[in-house]
Every structure is written in C-alpha cells, then in structure tokens.
Design a protein around this ligand. Structure first.
Ligand code: MTE
Length: 334
C-alpha cells in the first residue's frame, strides 16, 4: 500500500485524503531512511503504551514509535492529539462532544477481562496483560469518518482484529462477529440516565460479518499517539473499522462472540431507517437528515482551520475492502 508521509509541511490535504494512510511501517521507515537509526530510539519523549512491554524495546515496537514520530511531525497529516481526546462520541459518558473527556476521568479499566467465545474451538478469557503477551503491538494511521460528517486522522496502536479471532479458532459455522461494551452504570453515568445516555439501551453492541472482521484493516486499538487509550477514546480496548462510519468502532469492549446470525447493533436498533448494519462510508447515500458527500476534517485549531473535504467511498479504503461487497446493493444495505 502506498505511503504518503514526507518531510515536514510537504504534505497537502489532498495527499492525505486521496490515498490510503494505512501503512506498512517497514517500508515507510525504509523510505524515510530511518531503519537502523538506533540513536533515535533511545529518546522516547514520554512513557507510553509501548512501555507496557517493560525491559528492552522490541525492534517492532521501536519502529512503530518512529513511524508515529515521523507522522506526528506533519501537522496536516494527523489530527492533533488534544482534539482526538477532547472531541468524542462515547454516550456512556454523555452525549456532548466534550463530556466524555470530563466524565471518563476516573474510569477504572484495570482489572479488565475480554472474552472471545461463541462458535470457536478455543474460547478465550484474557486480561489486559495476557492480551499484550499474545498480540504484538503495531501502529496504524487511519482516517476516522463519523456519520455526523466530521473526520480525523488518528495514529492508533493495537493489533489486527483477525490476529485475536484466529487465536480463538472459529468454527466453520461462524458467520458474524458480535461485540459488546462494558456495562457498568456506576462508572458510566450515561448507562443509567436516558437523558445523559441518549436513549440507548445499554450495553452498546456492534457487529461485523466475519469476512469484514478478518480483513487486515479491521483493528483493535489499545492506544493512540503512542500512549494507552484514554477513557474517552474507549480504554482499554476498542474496535477501529476505518472504512465504516465511526459508530461501528465500538469502545471499551468486554466481549467478542462468533455467531451464525447477524448481531443486533446499537444505532440500528435505535433508528433503523438512519443507521444500517453495514454503515460503509458512502458519499452517494445521504443520511436521511444530512448529506454524506463531504466532511469536516478536524485539523489544527479554530473553525477556520477545519477543512471541508469530499468524502471518499469506503472512506478512501475501497482498494482494500470494496471486494467484500461486490454483489450487494449498497443503497439497500446502507
Ligand atoms: N462506542 C461506545 N461504546 N459508545 C459510543 O457512544 N460512539 C461511536 C464509536 N464507538 C460510541 C462508541 C461513535 S458515533 C464514534 S464517531 C466513535 O466511537 C468516536 O470515537 P472517538 O471518540 O475516539 O473519536
């Protein structure tokens, strides 16, 4: 896949939006002349998610860190971290964009348990440390396109969803993957208040077809900007499906179940005419109440810096995922 990160200020908005920013770390670093740049590795600016490993930093981790630093050097490429962690949708912590950052401040995510079960030969129950031992971390820079027509570019840290699912060894009956967010009204005030929680029937649930879940782009994030995920972004582990509207990217996951039936999904239950199961980013199919042809890319600062750009089919990841839907009417299966 083509990588488009260059020297500081060399990247235009088009460079970022027209091409996939999902990248192969090694070729990026090779092109940038970073491979073997050992001296750079010894000066991490702050403790981060990669430090969870303890001891000597694995080469992969060091490379991922470098990639993140390289990308972060270009402000046009990435949405600034302070925006990513202060403009959120996480209705369990309130429906206003700035509320999750405040309300999730004391969110306790340790201990945490993630189960992977259902139609699998090897059901898993993993705590956070076991998860990290099994699944090496990598970085992915993805566009996130919210159904509300704003978007960001975010450097996530995590691992491919397929890597975890494979460890559970799905049976041939498994056709879908269902996800569930933690249900803990004491910690998540939106879950016990219809007013604060937007009328959702909690826990928040989501789902993918199994071929979507196994696509290499589908990712489980445990960090962003090289640090552990903040509560408001879905700590300690959340899904990222970059070719779909953001509501598919369910946060704070406690359960993953392989099933033979299409699982119910929160926004589809709430408003089936507005939010489908597939929810692929599609500029040709408008939301009943607004256009999906363009989006406001959240970049550096005030309103003037927020660029309106054209929305791309599958959020610009068509080469990687369009084949999954080749015989489907995407107007019907929105
Ligand atoms: N997951 C849960 N559990 N609850 C939510 O309210 N909001 C979704 C998604 N995942 C949501 C969720 C929506 S609408 C979007 S756009 C993204 O999270 C936003 O992710 P971000 O806040 O990290 O940008």
């Amino acid at each position: 896949m083509l990588i488009k990160i260059a020297a500081k200020n060399a990247l235009s908005e088009n460079d970022v939006t027209d091409e996939s920013v999902y990248m192969d770390r090694r070729s990026l670093l090779t092109r940038m002349g970073f491979l073997g740049a050992g001296a750079l590795l010894s000066t991490p600016s702050q403790a981060g998610i990669f430090d969870l490993f303890g001891g000597e930093e694995p080469e992969e981790v060091a490379l991922a860190k470098l990639q993140y630093q390289a990308a972060a050097a270009d402000p046009q490429t990435l949405t600034p971290e302070n925006k990513v962690i202060s403009h959120n949708n996480f209705y369990e912590f309130g429906t206003k964009k700035t509320q999750p950052q405040q309300m999730a401040r004391g969110f306790v995510t340790d201990p945490w348990q993630l189960t992977v079960n259902g139609m699998v030969n090897k059901p898993l129950t993993l705590d956070y440390q076991q998860l990290h031992k099994r699944l090496p971390l990598q970085e992915r820079i993805y566009r996130l396109r919210c159904v509300e027509a704003w978007s960001m570019v975010i450097p996530w840290v995590g691992f491919p969803l397929a890597d975890l699912i494979r460890q559970a060894d799905p049976t041939s009956k498994a056709k879908y993957v269902a996800f569930k967010t933690l249900y803990d009204p004491e910690q998540m005030p939106g879950q016990s208040s219809r007013f604060m929680g937007g009328g959702i029937d909690y826990p928040y649930v989501e789902g993918l077809r199994i071929d979507e879940a196994m696509n290499p782009l589908a990712f489980l994030a445990v960090g962003l900007y090289g640090k552990a995920l903040p509560g408001q972004n879905g700590a300690p582990i959340r899904l990222i499906v970059p070719w779909k509207y953001g509501f598919k990217s369910i946060k704070s996951i406690v359960a993953i179940e392989l099933t033979d039936k299409q699982p119910p999904t929160t926004w589809n239950i709430l408003a089936p005419d507005e939010y489908g199961f597939y929810a692929n980013v599609n500029p040709a199919v408008d939301h009943p109440r607004w256009s999906q042809a363009s989006e406001r890319r959240i970049t550096t600062g005030g309103l003037l810096a927020d660029n309106r750009i054209a929305t791309l089919p599958f959020n610009g990841y068509a080469d990687e995922v369009a084949h999954l839907y080749k015989n489907m009417d995407l107007r019907k299966h929105f």
